[in-house]
Design a binder for this molecule. Sequence first.
Ligand SMILES: Cc1cc2nc3c(=O)[nH]c(=O)nc-3n(C[C@H](O)[C@H](O)[C@H](O)COP(=O)(O)OP(=O)(O)OC[C@H]3O[C@@H](n4cnc5c(N)ncnc54)[C@H](O)[C@@H]3O)c2cc1C
Length: 443
Amino acid sequence: MQLAGWGRFPRVDAELIEPPTAQAVITVLKESDEEGTLIARGAGRSYGDSSLNTQVLSSRFLDSFSSFDEGSARLRCSAGVTIDELLKVSIPKGLFPAVVPGTKQVSIGGAIAADIHGKNHHRDGSFCDHVESLTLALASGEIKVCSTKKNKELFHATCGGMGLTGVILDATVNLEKVPSVFIRSQAIATKNLNHTIEQLEALNDNKFVVAWVDCLATGDELGRGIVHAGNFTEDAPMEYVRRWGPSVPFNTPSLMLNRYSMSWFNNFYYWLYNRPAGEDLDSYDSFFFPLDSIKHWNRLYGRKGFLQYQFLLPEDTAQKGTQAVLERVADAGKGSFLAVLKKFGAGNSNLLSFPGPGLTLTLDFKNEASLFPLLDELDKIVIENGGRHYLAKDARLSAETFKAGYPQWAKFKAVKDKVDPQQRFSSLQSQRIGLTTAKDERL
Ligand SMILES: Cc1cc2nc3c(=O)[nH]c(=O)nc-3n(C[C@H](O)[C@H](O)[C@H](O)COP(=O)(O)OP(=O)(O)OC[C@H]3O[C@@H](n4cnc5c(N)ncnc54)[C@H](O)[C@@H]3O)c2cc1C
């Protein structure tokens, strides 16, 4: 069957293996051809090719909960359970995951493998900072329980390790007690990039802070945007929300996405929030997962799909580097509906985790031939400014660019070589960025 990530680029003909139980995963690993390679796949919400190979092992049926200790707010579940399924169980008990991404449709295995971050990274770190332990099936079929105390090296390689150390079977996750699942938020319109960064810093005491940036604004207005900040509020209910919205039934003709339509959207969004300061009350669902209510929204980018480009710049070069990227994007006329700027807090000890102190900008681009030279130029700006790219969004980074951004890559590779000497776990991404060798080259 044909498989792709959320960006629908690239696509690959793959054999999809869907073991019904953890024991069946182990059997697949023990019985499969030692020469073949495969990669784990959760909900397929990474944008590029990190969960693609010619053989893909799905965690879809690893969807059970094994324990839930309300007192310690600790839950153990299988790796295929999604954040949404977890919320159904945790919200009635007044508990919420400490970190959630921009969609609730990701699996726990995928959240660990990418060590995902949310709008509260500056306060609460990334997803794996709240993972008590995980169970990993190695290429040999052997099982390892890993945590910051047990099999520590393997834990720090698996968290953020993009599925390359083994298949995560289950995890024990620490949740957070919350007063309600509603967020009282404010939105502040900013005039330019300096003002946006200033506001991100000024609002840093809030639990959740994120800025939308008008990436088609130029000149004195370059980097203008809307900074959203919020906190869980006490005076609201604790209820699981099910929002129904429209569905995009087919691929939108990609001609509809052009400089003019994006410029219209960006101006409209800016106008919508450019109003006197006031407070809004949002359900967790609309605050954290706004796009989830539009089913198949990724079809809006047309048949060829789209690429998401997310990078991190350290604090000392963040303003300069972000400005250079935005100028280059605006010059090229390649707008993005979703330009999101966040300020990260401290990083952690995971070898390939993306977050670290500084600013991260996310941009979406329609897939077209003229995009690739532009992204190569942006890569240079990011690397020259000491930054790196987020692997969960990537579909095209070179090995050189990846390695420049992740100085711990060789340490990661050494751990992988120990537990997977034959490189059984391999994705199109890991082959491209030089973490594994393509099968043909190994012969
Ligand atoms: C609308 C949208 C918003 C997003 N917002 C954010 C955000 O705010 N912050 C953020 O950090 N990310 C964000 N993401 C990205 C997403 O959180 C990550 O890509 C996440 O890894 C997806 O999880 P998944 O279950 O879909 O994994 P997949 O896409 O299926 O796989 C991703 C990686 O995880 C590995 N993997 C999956 N399951 C396992 C397993 N059981 N064992 C070992 N490895 C496994 C795969 O091999 C692959 O390398 C967003 C994605 C979308 C579509």
